[in-house]
Design a protein around this ligand. Structure first.
Ligand code: AHR
Length: 337
């Protein structure tokens, strides 16, 4: 924690004064749900608590719940952390507010999973000027300046989309399949990258994406969008959903329309959380590409290193598997999330 302590403390104090002068009061008001869980202890013993502010995307999916649990279970007082956690409810402005609140508090590290890719440079520059290192988890930012963050820990979303598309092509090329796509949150890294990866993988096959709309990574919106697709088209063969939750919503819509998911309409999703894996084991989903949400341990490791002033890898790629129905049945009993 020796690194930049003076600069951080000084800038934090100035930021706090500025916020007060502007009438922005408590951290709760400034950062939505950003509430410090305790003061960071700073001393000379070398075993100080690391104050870390984490701005989460929201609570939109089973994946997000597992990711939040991993972070909260790992960044504990026993592990040397004082975690301030905030839920941005899928809104970029809430994340920006939370980050500003963490800067004003003078935390040692800020971590966040950006709801969308663009628009982060100004607030990241503020953190940099305050001497507070930033670690990205799960989702990337689209910035030309990679000095604005220390490290990015997360899956390769393009690869996930490719894995989904390659399996679809292996199974169904030659059958003239009509595909509908349920996209994740518009402008988010997983939505952009999974779309690109899938499209690349099915290029040159006779699978055709006939429609593609956002279901915002939620079960409710996935269901609504699928209902719309079913009203519009009577010849859908395959759903590619950017996450399990939207796929599960699509299952509900398909069943309500009197069809059998996994048979009449095939379904491929991404995440491999428990509910998705159960639907795969039950034959309602045909294939799932995993996106591992257990990012807490890597974040703890990187946070400790950056605070100690050690070099860290700029990009830590989390490895993902893929599951067909047999593999899901085998994996389910010991599945952690
Ligand atoms: O960024 C990861 C994605 O966000 C997950 O695939 C999805 O379920 C979540 O909402």
């Amino acid at each position: 924690m020796a690194r930049s302590t003076f600069t951080r403390g000084t800038v934090a104090a100035l930021s706090a004064v500025a916020l007060f002068a502007l009438g922005a009061c408590s951290s709760e008001q400034a950062g939505g749900t950003a509430e410090p869980t305790g003061a960071a202890e700073e001393g000379g013993s070398g075993d100080e608590t690391i104050a870390i502010g984490f701005s989460q995307v929201g609570a939109e999916s089973g994946w997000r719940a597992a990711n939040t649990k991993s972070i909260q279970d790992t960044l504990t007082a026993e592990n040397g952390f004082d975690l301030s956690f905030s839920d941005a409810q899928q809104k970029q402005e809430n994340q920006i507010q939370a980050i500003r609140s963490y800067i004003a508090q003078g935390v040692d590290v800020i971590a966040f999973s950006p709801v969308v890719e663009t628009g982060w440079d100004p607030v990241l520059q503020e953190a940099k000027s305050a001497g507070i290192p930033v670690v990205l988890t799960d989702r990337a930012v689209d910035s030309e300046d990679d000095t604005l963050y220390e490290s990015f820990i997360g899956s390769d979303f393009v690869l996930e989309g490719e894995m989904a598309g390659e399996w679809a092509a292996e199974q169904y090329d030659g059958e003239g399949f009509q595909v509908v796509e349920l996209q994740g949150t518009t402008g988010s890294a997983p939505a952009i990258d999974r779309k690109e990866g899938f499209a690349t993988a099915i290029e040159g096959t006779d699978l055709e994406i006939i429609d593609s709309q956002t279901g915002n990574f939620t079960r409710t919106e996935g269901k609504q969008v699928m209902e719309g697709f079913l009203q519009k088209y009577d010849d859908i063969d395959l759903v590619f959903a950017h996450n399990d939750d939207m796929g599960l919503g699509a299952i509900e819509a398909i069943e309500a329309a009197g069809m059998v998911p996994g048979e009449d309409i095939k379904i491929i999703t991404i995440d491999a959380v428990k509910d998705g894996m159960q639907a795969l084991a039950d034959g309602k989903i045909n294939y799932i590409v995993e996106c591992n949400p257990l990012l807490g341990p890597d974040l703890a490791d990187i946070a400790k290193k950056v605070v100690a002033g050690e070099e860290v890898e700029k990009r830590i790629v989390v490895k993902d598997e893929a599951f067909d129905q047999e593999a899901a049945i085998e994996a389910l009993p010991t599945r952690e999330y």
